[in-house]
Ligand binder design. Structure first.
Ligand SMILES: *Cc1c(COP(=O)(O)O)cnc(C)c1O
Length: 402
């Protein structure tokens, strides 16, 4: 029995998260340095525009972008990023969102890039225009549109192109940027889960993206409800203006010019479409400390720490009946190791899905990667595990499989 923690005191329960930093399992664990910084942040008040402005500089340094803003997650970044692409620096347009009748309100997405997060750009008022057909029939392997098909989808109403970053994604970002920029259209990149490698913090900006959204609560190791939107100074200013509480007299509004250039504004939107995605000072500070650790840290040291936890899980699972245990180097994503358990469903008398279900419904609940449970494969990822949890995983698996 573990000592009573705040969850138990509140009558809630904790779980063993061997899936990784997913939102439904509360992300990961904060490094004490990050958590302490958040507590310290909670002990002072600040001018939020000034704090955001300083955050912008740190994001700029770590991403190579002109500017940046801390958002309530990558999804929130997509929403305020889309709002920025639609409204620009016109407060009248900001005031109208999410009503976009008569505004540039189309956001082009390759059909093969479509996913359930792209509704966030619609939440800002955009209409999604799909380019290409994801053909699963063609033996030629045609899946993704060509850059010219994205070009062909651009009209006078196009506000942006939304690009989902993934390893090996097609068409290449640089090619999409080329056709979009030739028509004066910005490119908004969803790179929520493209870290590590830490080099990707700079990569999409370097390839020409106008805005890039990252999750703060995934590999960066920031608060679960944090993210980064990095990019062009004018678009970040617009995104920030639509998130911040600007309920002040325009005469008294005095943001640092590198963050929001007041001389480019004819007035202030009060509480914009992004207000529902606000972040607190604690999230901003926690994210910044985590970001500096992530960007400055040694990738190899991090990988070794994950590998060590992975090996502890493998050791705890050694000798499990009716299952093969193997360490896989790229379970969660490239470079992130994990332990793959392959169940002999016949001999165990148990399907992979039922095995996963029992793990999740046990005490304590153990959540693993069950994407391939139907093939009898369950994978344990180290990223969100506490030091005592590899042994708990071993115990629970052996209770189920004998
Ligand atoms: C996780 C994820 C998101 C959402 O990120 P949050 O930081 O949780 O808001 C968006 N897009 C993709 C591709 C993701 O993997």
């Amino acid at each position: 029995m573990r000592n009573a923690n705040v969850y138990e005191r509140l009558g809630a329960r904790t779980v063993v998260n061997a899936k990784g930093p997913v939102t439904r399992l509360s992300g990961g664990l904060l490094d004490p340095e990050v958590a302490d910084a958040m507590v310290e942040a909670s002990r002072h008040c600040v001018n939020m525009t000034d704090l955001h402005a300083r955050a912008s500089e740190i994001i700029a340094e770590t991403t190579g972008a002109e500017s940046g803003v801390v958002t309530a997650g990558a999804a929130a970044g997509l929403m305020v990023g889309a709002a920025a692409c639609i409204a620009g620096l016109d407060p009248a347009k900001m005031e109208r969102l999410p009503d976009t009748a008569g505004l540039k309100n189309e956001i082009i997405v390759a059909q093969s890039h479509r996913n359930f997060y792209d509704r966030l750009v619609r939440a800002a008022g955009a209409r999604i225009v799909q380019a290409g057909i994801s053909d699963r029939l063609a033996g030629t392997g045609v899946r993704d549109p060509e850059p010219w098909e994205i070009d062909a989808a651009i009209t006078d109403a196009t506000a942006a192109v939304l690009y989902l970053a993934m390893p090996g994604q097609r068409p290449p970002l640089a090619d999409v940027v080329k056709v979009a920029h030739a028509r004066g259209v910005p490119v908004l990149v969803d790179a929520a889960s493209q870290l590590p490698p830490a080099g990707n913090l700079k990569r999409f900006i370097a390839e020409g993206a106008d805005l890039v959204a990252f999750s703060g609560g995934k590999a960066i190791g920031g608060p679960q409800a944090s993210g980064i939107l990095a990019g062009r100074r004018d678009l970040i200013a617009s995104a920030a203006l639509q998130m911040l509480d600007n309920d002040v007299l325009f005469e008294n509004f005095d943001p640092p010019a590198r963050f929001i250039d007041k001389s480019k504004l004819r007035g202030l939107p009060r509480n914009g479409v992004g207000r529902g995605c606000k972040v607190g000072k604690e999230e901003i500070v926690g994210l910044l400390v985590a970001l500096q650790r992530f960007a400055g840290g040694d990738e190899e040291i991090r990988r070794k720490a994950w590998l060590k936890t992975t090996e502890a899980v493998a050791a705890a699972l050694a000798g499990t009946r009716h299952a093969e245990i193997a360490i896989v180097p790229d379970s969660y994503k490239p470079g992130m190791p994990g332990v793959r358990l392959t169940l002999d469903e016949k001999r165990a008398g148990l399907s992979g899905l039922e095995f996963a279900r029992r793990l999740e419904r046990g005490e304590p609940a153990v959540y693993a990667d069950v994407n391939r449970a139907e093939q009898g494969i369950v994978t344990f990822a180290p990223f969100s595990l506490r030091p005592d949890e590899p042994a708990i995983i071993g115990k629970r698996v052996k209770e189920i499989l004998g």
